[in-house]
Design a protein around this ligand. Sequence first.
Ligand SMILES: [Zn+2]
Length: 462
Amino acid sequence: MRQLTLIVGLVVLTSLACVDRSPSSEPSPRGAQPDRLFTGARVIVGDGRVIESGAFVVRGDQIIAVGPADQVTAAPDAAVIELAGHTVMPALVNTHAHLGWEKYTDWGSEHFTRENLIDHLHRHAYYGVGTIISTGSDIEDIALEVQQAQRTGEVAGARYLVSPGLGTPGGGPNPRFTDDTGWWGLHAVTSPAEARDILRAEAERGIRILKIWVDARDERRGAQVKLRPDIYAAILDEAQVRDIRVIAHATTLADQKQLLAVGARRFIHMPYDVEVDDEYLALLEARNAYIVPTLGMVTRRASFRRPVFEDPFFQEQVPDEVVTMLRDAATETAAAAQPQSAATEERARVIRENFVRLRDHIILGTDAGAVGDFFGYADHLELELFVRLGMTPSDAIVAATDRAARAFGLHDVGSLEAGKRADFVVLNANPLDDIMQTRQIAAVYLRGAEVDRDGLRAQWTR
Ligand SMILES: [Zn+2]
């Protein structure tokens, strides 16, 4: 009986919350494409709610109504798309990747071109990613031009959000980037005043997201010192005034605590060095902070990871030669592999423990494009890892959609609700039963337009 009451309560709540009150049954605006009614699918809203037999109306690039199928009405001239037997979920929001460098048979700064960036946006779109934040390794002029071209509709694919990087001289991304002879560097800062100047200039260029590195790795390779607390305090302060969202790369508990104390709310990486404590958890709560654990990156060498190149879902986006290349490289690595050290095992244990305690703060980010994780595919791998480490499939989807969007104030994406962008994925199976089913993609729609997945696959695999 208790179960039944709960279900009835949920249905009432869902109806109240989800059905759009705007008059969707009025005719579509004249001269525009007719509205589209997608009906009969299970609708995963993105914030944890599910409508078992749902419907939604898309007008142009927006969702204008969502609710139970028997309560959503569309304009008389609306096109009806029957989706019975399918599940629809919001397009993913990936908050950490590095676009532009990957060329699939090669990798490096020379590939950072407008054309390659656009290709990477299409690759994300193909796999159901609607928004992608590229963190700290982009050539800003090229990146901003592509971002602008996308706003005007000239460029499609996942929405591109550029996030330039700040760090100490010699600091910044991993050595694969900084050792590249063509690496263009980062915004180097040595004082609070300098940091504030950079933020003012970036805000004027329209930048809304910035990355900072607070990492001992930087000291080891010749940066003067790890980014100082007085400098990052100035960055966080100036960012608030300039409406810029800062995401901090920091991998130790001590650094994350200090950053939280001066206002940081977003982290790339969770503390990997020690188990998190109550003080840290209280700071995360108080700040309403978000963590991008990039598990795919940290578990790359872990034994439970299947070789991606054997997965047909991966093979859809690369020619056979790339699969062969990856297989050969893996054979070489396996031949040279050392038995897992005690330190590695201990680190894996800390990651597992920390992940469970941090799970309400976790959001999606893949680090794809940096060290061999592939765009779009890596997002599904990350969802799988979230569940392996203790999330329910529903939690994992929230972390990858609504929560990820909220972390960056992206109020127009992340959930299937009236007024949001029509960014969604149609699945042939229910990922709430098994998170691997996010890979059963029937179609992807971004801004209301269906992504030409067959065309992209043909282009990439030939
Ligand atoms: Zn990264």
